[in-house]
Write a protein that binds this ligand. Structure first.
Ligand SMILES: NC(=O)c1ccc[n+]([C@@H]2O[C@H](COP(=O)([O-])OP(=O)(O)OC[C@H]3O[C@@H](n4cnc5c(N)ncnc54)[C@H](OP(=O)(O)O)[C@@H]3O)[C@@H](O)[C@H]2O)c1
Length: 326
């Protein structure tokens, strides 16, 4: 198999295309031939000094994994081998899922992945591999923040900070088209029309006047979902309706992390991990046309390093999808 991997997971080490032995599924494992891989900020944040890197190092150490480190979470593809004890999936099934370092298996930046059945689910026939590969992390994050944690329902007021990004676009569409909420989205000038078209009732341009000051007139909010991480926690809490929730999707910086300790404890951190079960309602929303996944760019897997440089700019609108060679 071919994989974009780090030989020792040292800080600053480049991703390199490696030829590795083909993995054989052990008991209870499934092997997937990968067609598309979504790029997420966590993929490069793990390679950069900070909490996500420490967490990844800890998991690697606990699992005593010494070989090359294959990074990446999102993937979609076709089952090409199943281990003994697997009955839910068979060779030829189209699937989508998320790799999970905590179970000791490698990541998704490869032409082949090994997973456990709970990490994947069947892919509806009307969703393409590239759309499916782009959605596990952003889709599950959006669902957990809007539905599970945010409990956003019809008529509730939702403020989305970072509405044009991978997670933000999903959040806006889920909140409007599935939960029928009143949605206010914050983005830059060039994305105002895009965010309105996704379903936001109001789109706010953060490049002109402070976004929270502009948003205040559309509140109070039952839920504020921060997909950026640079907005003031106290500013967000001050705009919440009684019982409202401030959900920090982007919370890997110390100033964000401390917000959860500040009364009235309405700020929460979300940590989303894609699983087959969590992906099912997300796929329903996409399959029924209620949520559309915007692909910003397709790139060959070999260009993963370039994809990370693009993602680091925080200017990408939609998802970058990597494709292994057929
Ligand atoms: N907690 C979790 O489990 C979890 C899961 C997924 C992602 N995350 C985190 O959530 C964050 C977003 O992820 P993503 O995949 O959506 O990233 P992304 O697609 O790279 O987000 C880029 C978007 O951010 C917008 N943006 C940048 N600065 C902004 C600002 N000041 N105000 C409003 N929008 C701004 C940009 O829109 P404009 O060009 O319009 O500014 C751009 O479209 C990342 O920090 C990621 O690590 C956490």
């Amino acid at each position: 198999m071919k994989a974009m991997a780090l030989s020792s997971f040292k800080l600053g080490e480049p991703l390199v295309m490696m030829e590795l032995p083909d993995p054989k599924p052990a008991f209870g494992q499934v092997r997937v031939f990968v067609k598309a891989i979504g790029v997420n900020p966590v993929d490069w944040k793990m390679r950069t000094y900070g909490p996500l890197r420490w967490a990844a190092k800890m998991l690697r150490w606990v699992r005593v994994s010494k070989g090359p480190m294959i990074i990446g979470v999102d993937f979609a593809g076709v089952v090409d081998a199943v281990g003994p004890g697997v009955s839910e999936f068979k060779i030829g099934d189209r699937v989508v899922g998320g790799c999970d370092f905590s179970n000791g298996l490698p990541g998704s930046y490869a032409d082949t992945v090994l997973v456990y059945p709970k990490q994947i689910t069947h892919l509806p026939t009307n969703i393409s591999f590239d759309v499916a590969g782009a959605l596990p992390v952003v889709g599950v994050t959006a669902w957990l923040s809007v539905v599970t944690m945010g409990q956003v329902t019809a008529g509730k007021h939702l403020l989305v900070l970072g509405a044009a990004g991978g997670v933000g676009q999903f959040v806006v569409q889920l909140a409007k088209n599935v939960r029928e909420a009143y949605v206010v989205g914050v983005c830059s000038t060039k994305n105002l029309e895009r965010v309105r078209q996704l379903g936001a009732d109001i789109a706010i341009d953060y490049t002109q006047v402070d976004a929270l000051i502009q948003a205040k007139q559309h509140g109070p909010f039952d839920c504020i979902i921060d997909c950026v991480g640079d907005y003031s926690g106290s500013g967000c809490r001050s705009m919440l309706a009684p019982g409202g929730k401030h959900i920090m999707v982007s919370a890997d910086k110390i100033p964000s992390m401390v917000q959860i300790f500040i009364p009235p404890f309405s700020s929460k951190i979300l940590l989303a991990k894609p699983t087959g079960e969590r992906l099912k309602p997300v796929l329903d929303a996409v399959s029924s046309g209620k949520v559309r996944v915007e692909i910003a760019q397709h790139m060959p897997l070999e260009e993963a390093e370039k994809a990370h440089e693009l993602s680091k700019t925080h200017r990408v609108t939609g998802k970058i999808v990597l494709q292994p060679k057929a």
